[in-house]
Design a protein around this ligand. Sequence first.
Ligand SMILES: Nc1ncnc2c1ncn2[C@@H]1O[C@H](COP(=O)(O)OP(=O)(O)OP(=O)(O)O)[C@@H](O)[C@H]1O
Length: 568
Amino acid sequence: MGCVLGREVSSGVVNDSRGGNNPVAQSRENDDSISKVDKSGKVEVQNNEAEKEKVEDSHKLQEKRRRSRTNPKPSNLPKQTLGEQVAAGWPSWLSDICGEALSGWIPRKANTFEKIDKIGQGTYSNVYKAKDTMTGKIVALKKVRFDNLEPESVRFMAREILIMRHLDHPNVLKLEGLVTSRMSCSLYLVFEYMDHDLAGLAASPGVKFTEPQVKCYVQQLLSGLEHCHKRRVLHRDIKGSNLLIDDGGVLKIGDFGLASFFDPDHKHRMTSRVVTLWYRPPELLLGATEYGVGIDLWSAGCILAELLAGKPIIPGRTEVEQLHKIYKLCGSPSEEYWKKYKLPNATLFKPREPYRRCIKETFKDFPPSSLPLVETLLAIDPIERRTATDALNSEFFSTEPYACEPSSLPKYPPSKEMDAKRRDDEARRLRAANKTQGDVSKKQHSRDRRVRAIPAPGANAELQQNIDRRRLISHANAKSKSEKFPPPHQDGAVGFPLGISQRFDPAAVPHDIPFSASFSSSKDHIRTWSGPLVDEPSSAGGPRRKKHGIGGGTRESSKLSRQTIRES
Ligand SMILES: Nc1ncnc2c1ncn2[C@@H]1O[C@H](COP(=O)(O)OP(=O)(O)OP(=O)(O)O)[C@@H](O)[C@H]1O
């Protein structure tokens, strides 16, 4: 049946491999090796080799084809270690490309889990609630989709695994193991199960967080970030749907698919096309390729203000609009900033007239002790955002009312961003049903003008239209996992097609965005702006907040950029 847990094991467990370069020979050798491991009592093995033979032959063929097609950059591990990994049950395509990420682990078998329900869907994954039949524990299985096992996509996933294994903190989601087999073309990441995500929770009907609750969530977020940053990891996609919350109110940062190691002492270039649009800091919008912890702190500032305001604070639909909204709220960068950072898009997006910062006025209803922290985290200059440790020491957390204990938070029914979507779908279905009913009654009472004037179904439909439009727009905007796998030519599925033919069209800039007059001279340099520039719907909260708050809309909104740029 299954094999040992996907946890750290001594390297001795998976020894005896004699696998060489030949995948066929390797497979046979591996069977021997696994048997030996089995005899040691540490790993159980499925013993239906005869049954598997046919499948295995075709698998080997596929494997060979795949290898020749993908021509992966070989893993840095010595051949013997790779052989050991295959012997332990890892598929060779995975071990070849990302052996480091698997080091010391043994895969779990899929049949040792029972899927219960689909609980989440990401751009490149489906997430399931499942029961671990070996322990009885409920877990989350994130099934990663690979585009034809492209080495590139596998490497991105490997980075996610490596980074998560490098982190160990109560406020960071724990990767508990991996599920795959030598025969498998897919991979499941096993996580502790979390009942909620902040996006779903904030969108739940009737949920309005109190100040101690906001403090409790933000404190946990900052503690998790503090750990990541100390371990030299930038998350690069902090948003509500990536902040998971368990039944005991404990918040954990999840989804490290965009995360990256960084070296605060030696600057190195990274892609600027990360972080979901509404939570993306100005320096990234301006094209910065050298950055640090400030980018996660900006996102944390957006979340803090969003929790206090009850609606997203900077809900731009395009990168241009996002930057414009940032300037309007946080002021435009100073002359020193432009000189100091020399950002690639500076000439384009330096406003003709400076914008005044108006955070205090805008958020005048926020608890006074929160304002200095909001001001700091939303500083235009990333250096002024300081560190997560500084944020944790801010007066916001040392002023009454204090953060509540996670365990004292109300018990909410399970809520994920996906549940919010399900609720939307159900509401839409009901509206459609009402509308049909309305149409029938319209016919019956066609002479009664008052009946036709009754606004409910029509008004709802209009609201829905706006929501759908909003979604469409969000889809068109940048999905932050910029450097993830789909090739650039697939970009712009909803918005502008990107690539060499794309040009930034100054005529499409909303008339109230008084950026630099240098659009026409500079437009040739711009190839990655995404999304339609259309009239801006009111950014007021209320119903829209419920649909798109805390990362909801922006989860979709960065799809494009996710697809556009690969890590430099
Ligand atoms: N450990 C978990 N427990 C419960 N639900 C989870 C867990 N991990 C993820 N989910 C749910 O699945 C959703 C998608 O997961 P995740 O964000 O890791 O996938 P992704 O493919 O990287 O998504 P995205 O494209 O949004 O970045 C989450 O928003 C969350 O609702």
